[in-house]
Design a protein around this ligand. Structure first.
Ligand SMILES: *Cc1c(COP(=O)(O)O)cnc(C)c1O
Length: 351
């Protein structure tokens, strides 16, 4: 036998939430939006011409970049788009975290960070959340080669105030600080205004959650021109045509309808606040989530038991068998009807 295996890049892959497909299921396990995308997206889809697909897409995704620039009131040269924010963050790791000092991120956070650090052989160090699952800005003063955290954090849902976010960026002028704002539209202040003051900030957002387009795979980063140019150099060295024609076209369409966007995010926020009361009544505790999910633990019944009970009833939530959080369930906020079905099932399981 040859020793080709010695030359293999070995990694422990990220495990995405399962994507079951039962007609009667209630899927609250991967933070998808329960509402369809803006009606303009369906219209744009119907107007698409398959004949165009023989042509490569615009490598710069200029139509989508310009629509984002208009929407967020920044220059197109400050925007990087990618195949979901996973692609965007992965490119940011590859671009900005090339030093010898460890990259810092919370111990309880989006578990993909550790996987990207591993696959790119980036040294990293995790910083524990406090006992109330909060990120403490004063902990991010160690020597580092970069910093990333989500705000609100995942899977806890807890948001940091703008002062805390700014403190981390200000304390680390020699590092790129990435703020992963996958859930920011559900009621947290964005770090985008800080771009005027700091050249080491990269803000990443996605169409997957608040814009109901997880299946389309559209994410973007906003930062100063120089950061974006460095990311583009790396991206064009890996794959020039990441964004396909439908993503560019339909992503642009999704940005046109702000009223629909605000209505659906408001409905999710209202359902979330109601769901907090309903969970509390049933003996759950949780961090005060500002995202489209709750991260909850029951006072007496184990998370695994609840997870299994829900699963039997075709209600899917997320369970992470990881230190500190192995008695918690992450529950995506669905429609009010879906959440009522969840509470009815919980009443049976907890009886
Ligand atoms: C969902 C999520 C992402 C990635 O979403 P994409 O679908 O790839 O845009 C990134 N970060 C966090 C914290 C998430 O929860």
């Amino acid at each position: 036998m040859g020793s080709w295996e010695d030359n293999v890049r070995k990694v422990v892959p990220y495990v995405p939430g399962e994507q079951p497909n039962q007609p009667d299921m209630i899927k609250l396990n991967t933070n998808e939006n329960p509402y369809p995308p803006a009606p303009g997206v369906q219209k744009a889809l119907s107007a698409m011409d398959a004949g165009q697909m023989r042509l490569y897409p615009d490598p710069a995704s200029a139509d989508l970049v310009h629509a984002l620039a208009d929407h967020y009131q920044v220059s197109p040269s400050q925007i990087f788009v990618g195949v979901g924010s996973d692609d965007v963050i992965s490119m940011a790791f590859l671009t900005f975290f090339h030093g010898k000092k460890p990259v810092l991120f919370p111990d309880i956070t989006y578990s993909f960070y550790e996987v990207w650090a591993d696959v790119y052989r980036i040294p990293y160090r995790t910083i524990p959340l406090d006992d109330q699952f909060r990120i403490c800005p004063e902990d991010y003063t160690l020597e580092n080669g970069g910093i990333i955290f989500p705000n609100p954090n995942a899977p806890t849902g807890a948001a940091m105030n703008p002062e805390g976010v700014e403190q981390i960026i200000r304390q680390n002028p020699d590092s790129v600080v990435i703020v992963d704002e996958a859930y920011v539209d559900f009621g947290t202040a964005s770090a985008l205004p800080l771009l005027k003051k700091y050249d080491n900030l990269l803000v990443v957002q996605t169409f997957s959650k608040s814009r109901s387009m997880a299946g389309m795979r559209i994410g973007f980063a906003i930062g100063n021109e120089k950061l974006i140019r460095f990311m583009q150099d790396v991206k064009y060295s890996v794959n020039s045509y990441t964004m396909n024609r439908p993503s560019i076209f339909l992503g642009k369409a999704a940005l046109q309808d702000d009223i629909y966007f605000r209505n659906t995010t408001r409905k999710i926020i209202e359902t979330r606040e109601w769901a907090k009361d309903e969970l509390r009544k049933r003996g759950f505790h949780f961090a005060d989530s500002k995202a489209n999910f709750l991260f909850a633990s029951h006072e007496t019944v184990s998370a695994v038991k609840i997870f299994e009970g829900l699963r039997k009833r075709h209600i899917y939530v997320r369970y992470f068998n990881r230190p500190r959080i192995d008695n918690y369930l992450r529950i995506t906020i669905g429609t009010k009807e879906q959440m009522q079905a969840l509470f009815d099932a919980l009443d049976e399981i907890l009886r």
